[in-house]
Design a protein around this ligand. Structure first.
Ligand SMILES: [Zn+2]
Length: 451
């Protein structure tokens, strides 16, 4: 029902946007993003509100998965700082381009990965800039990200999908870039890959993400503006050091903004929230200075204040943790995640993202019969002769479909890169073997013919 509902909304008239820096309407909804600044880090909370409004059951799913993650955290206290398993997460980057500039280079895509690995392993060179009072809570997440080396069918890949689009831009907060019918590209299996769409994101936001749910939505991933991705190429200063994707992946791992997205209130106040991490100081930046929203505070901190920077929620030294990757401050200002944030992330990795950390799509590519096999269905089986061989997605190469009898004699052969029907009703009843093979992949399935 949820998918049907989403489809319904996406199929409604697309209301264009003409005011890039103020807001956009889609299916009757308007999302405002930039809050008076040329760029704001993230539209994740605006996107969340849109999802909750239009995706029936999404809010309940979020609450249920959060409950499971909270239970995991409660069982794993107080050793959150010593959960030091090494995790590997494969990434696929969908580069959705209309102009040549939007078709960012392989080198630009690849340049993001070291930034992520430094941030999530506390190997960033600027850990020395972490203020002394916060060094004791700075965490090494022990998460390594890689561009996937194996695609959903088991073929070798560089983890980058280039797709040309007729769309001149994708408004932040809406999911259009994730649907081919709206000019985007379908996610690879969200349980096996962390999907990132890089595109001409409009509205003055650098990116947005979804929080993990059980099960994951097939739109789970991050969307990043092409001039805020990686560290090389044409990039917007001061968002040219890969910080946006480090921040957005934090949301995919269930991290929230330290100020609690409550418009400047403090935890404990009526309507006030925090981020669920006890070691990020309370924050609600109500200052009317250059580090707030042009003197019109919404609770977020921009730019890069000088330490210590206090606010209405953390009024005394050491003040708020504006260096945290989940802040809205500049890329060069980011330098830590905390132990409690690590605990939140570990609960996500052992909950909604449990398949992702077992995905094993980063090793040497080659024959991977399991994943290739998983993408192919053969039915009915037993059959009276006609068999549908269904590919989950069209293959990038033409595959051979060969059927053998138990003597090893080939009784049928064809080639295709998509779902097809074969007919072996002229053969004798018995057991046959269907072999489907493509580039470096093969799958063998048993067929029973019973006319
Ligand atoms: Zn954010």
């Amino acid at each position: 029902m949820r998918k049907l509902l989403l489809l319904f909304f996406f199929c409604q008239a697309y209301v264009g946007y003409s005011q890039q820096q103020s807001g956009a309407s889609f299916n009757g909804d308007t999302i405002r993003l930039n809050y008076g600044r040329p760029y704001t880090r993230c539209a994740t909370m605006e996107h969340l509100a849109w999802m909750e409004k239009h995706d029936t059951g999404y809010k309940a799913k979020l609450i249920a998965s959060q409950k499971l993650m909270d239970e995991w955290r409660s069982r794993h206290k107080p050793d959150s700082t010593t959960i030091d398993t090494e995790y590997t997460i494969p990434i696929v980057v969908h580069v959705i381009w209309n102009t040549a500039a939007e078709k960012i280079s392989v080198a630009q895509v690849q340049s993001e990965i070291p930034v992520l690995n430094a941030a999530y392993n506390r190997q960033n060179a600027d850990t020395t800039n972490t203020p002394a009072p916060f060094k004791s809570v700075a965490a090494n997440m022990h998460i390594t990200f890689c561009l996937a080396t194996t695609d959903p069918y088991g073929s070798a890949t560089d983890g980058i999908v280039y797709k040309q689009t007729s769309s001149t831009g994708f408004y932040a907060g809406f999911n259009t870039v994730k649907y081919p019918s709206l000019g985007g590209d379908t996610a690879w299996d969200v349980n096996r890959y962390l999907n990132i769409w890089v595109c001409n994101l409009q509205g003055g936001s650098l990116g947005f993400s979804e929080f993990p749910t059980t099960p994951l939505d097939n739109t789970f991933g991050s969307v990043i503006l092409y001039t805020a991705f990686g560290t090389t190429g044409t990039l917007i200063v001061p968002f040219n050091l890969g910080g946006t994707t480090a921040h957005e992946i934090g949301h995919l791992l269930n991290l929230h903004h330290p100020w609690g997205d409550d418009g400047g209130l403090c935890p404990g106040q009526n309507g006030g929230h925090d981020d669920g991490a006890a070691d990020t100081p309370p924050e609600g930046n109500g200052n009317l200075d250059k580090y707030t929203n042009n003197g019109n505070s919404n609770g977020a901190t921009y730019g890069c204040p000088t330490f210590p920077y206090t606010d209405n929620c953390s009024t005394t030294y050491p003040g708020i943790m504006f260096n945290n990757y989940m802040e809205y401050t500049d890329d060069s200002c980011y330098n830590l995640f905390t132990n409690d944030q690590k605990s939140i992330v570990m609960a996500a990795l052992h909950g909604p993202l449990a398949y992702l950390i077992k995905s094993n799509r980063c090793g040497p590519a080659g024959i991977n019969e399991y994943s290739f096999n998983a993408g192919i269905s053969v039915f009915p089986n037993p059959t009276n002769g006609k068999i549908t061989i269904q590919f989950a997605e069209d293959r990038p190469e033409v595959c051979s479909l060969d059927i053998y009898n138990v003597l090893g004699e080939k009784i049928y052969a064809t080639k295709t890169n998509h779902s097809t029907e074969v007919d072996i009703s002229n053969s004798a009843n018995g057991v046959y073997l269907l072999r489907i093979s493509g580039n470096n992949v093969a799958s063998v399935k048993k067929i029973v013919l019973n006319r």
